[in-house]
Design a binder for this molecule. Structure first.
Ligand SMILES: C=CC1=C(C)c2cc3[nH]c(cc4nc(cc5[nH]c(cc1n2)c(C)c5CCC(=O)O)C(CCC(=O)O)=C4C)c(C)c3C=C
Ligand SMILES: [Fe+2]
Ligand SMILES: [Fe+2]
Length: 344
């Protein structure tokens, strides 16, 4: 066990382009989508598809979307991760760095910064900022953090915090950050999660026979759940709804950000936003618990595009609940998760 003074922390998020210029967005999208855990097609096919078709088409639109949410200090996701870094460092009084899975800063920069602060560093705790396990989010971040550690032969021990989708402190932070929004009149709370291809769910099923195969699979006990994004997001929503006392008919789950023509896990957020008003659910609260920091997918896809879809389909009011960002209960939860590792 390393003394607390010889420990450093890395908060690892997804990453953003360096700027909203199309070449920067292209570079970022290529790095992101060439990740074999995000688009898991054979390398050559992936390269042709990504660099020849998807990125040239998507980058200008993506750049425009980023420009519409960009802050003076930079990408919201990066700025908010830095704010979390400061808050955790203040509370813990040990060095905290941030790293991104794609773009900057890389884990190498984060590890080197920690070593500059303490050449005697014995242990680095990495917290991937994803509550749920998905091959394309938590897994790729954890594997990358480990690969860099191994490749550069760092002497310190690396510890990676597991997904925290059902941890009481995360659930409490989510529920209490939502509670003030429930004071207003609303008909329905939508938990909109980032989607993944159904194929990823089948692939991640270690039993090979459970996910999307057994009736109501997410509620039937299985070792598959340890790696099942669909199960884990369901548990998060159920626990949060229970803490808030939401009746079952007043909330639901959907999945956003589909890319390409494959089937992704359903229902799709855009379809749900279109149909809710016709079911009498006209005053809506939306929350996105797969992201702990607000980002393009919340500030643009939900708060702008999603709102537009809902209001144009007969909805009357649309309220986006912010991500945890630097909510005090979330900062406390992060500190606790890191301290639990230090105490081990
Ligand atoms: C096959 C494509 C994608 C999968 C699978 C995927 C999974 C996934 N992503 C997140 C979190 C975020 N994704 C963000 C942006 C984003 N995601 C994809 C594609 C896939 N994601 C693209 C192409 C983009 C870029 C933007 C765009 O062009 O739409 C972001 C926001 C980043 C930011 O800078 O703000 C986050 C966060 C999770 C959690 C996840 C699997 C569960
Ligand atoms: Fe994504
Ligand atoms: Fe599953």
């Amino acid at each position: 066990m390393a003394a607390k003074s010889d420990v450093g922390i890395v908060l690892m998020n997804l990453g953003s382009p360096d700027s909203t210029a199309v070449p920067d967005v292209k570079r970022y999208l290529i790095e992101f989508l060439m990740d074999k855990r995000v688009i898991d097609y054979p390398w050559l096919f992936r390269k042709i598809l990504i660099e020849g078709i998807i990125v040239p088409r998507r980058a200008p639109k993506s750049a425009e979307a980023y420009a519409s949410i960009w802050w003076e200090e930079g990408s919201p996701l990066i700025v908010l991760t830095k704010q979390l870094q400061k808050a955790v460092q203040n509370d813990m009084e040990i060095p905290v760095q941030i790293a991104m899975r794609y773009g900057n800063p890389s884990p190498e920069v984060a590890y080197n910064n920690l070593l500059k602060e303490n050449p005697n560093l014995k242990e680095v705790i990495v917290l991937p900022l994803y509550p749920h396990y998905a091959m394309s989010s938590y897994e790729t971040a954890a594997v990358y953090a480990e690969e860099v550690h191994k490749k550069k032969k760092y002497k310190f021990k690396l510890s990676i915090i597991p997904p925290f989708y059902d941890e009481p402190d995360y659930i409490n932070a989510m529920a209490e950050s939502m509670r003030p929004y429930l004071q207003q009149d609303y008909d329905y709370v939508l938990f909109s999660y980032h989607g993944v291809p159904e194929r990823h769910i089948y692939k991640g099923d270690i039993t090979g026979a459970h996910c999307l195969k057994v009736n109501d699979c997410c509620h039937v006990a299985s070792p598959a759940h340890k790696y099942c994004y669909r199960h884990q997001v369901t548990v998060t929503a159920e626990l949060v709804a229970r803490q808030l006392g939401l009746p079952r008919e007043k909330w639901g789950i959907s999945f956003q950000s589909r890319l390409g023509r494959e089937e992704w896990i359903k229902p799709y957020t855009a379809n749900v936003l279109e149909t809710l008003p016709s079911e009498g659910k006209k005053r809506l609260l939306v929350v996105c618990p797969a992201f702990v920091s607000d980002c393009l997918e919340t500030l643009e896809e939900i708060a702008v595009e999603g709102k537009h879809t809902f209001l144009n389909s007969g909805g009357e009011s649309f309220t986006m609940i912010p991500c945890l960002n630097i909510h005090p209960l979330w900062v406390k939860a992060v500190v606790k998760y890191c301290e639990q590792i230090i105490a081990q």
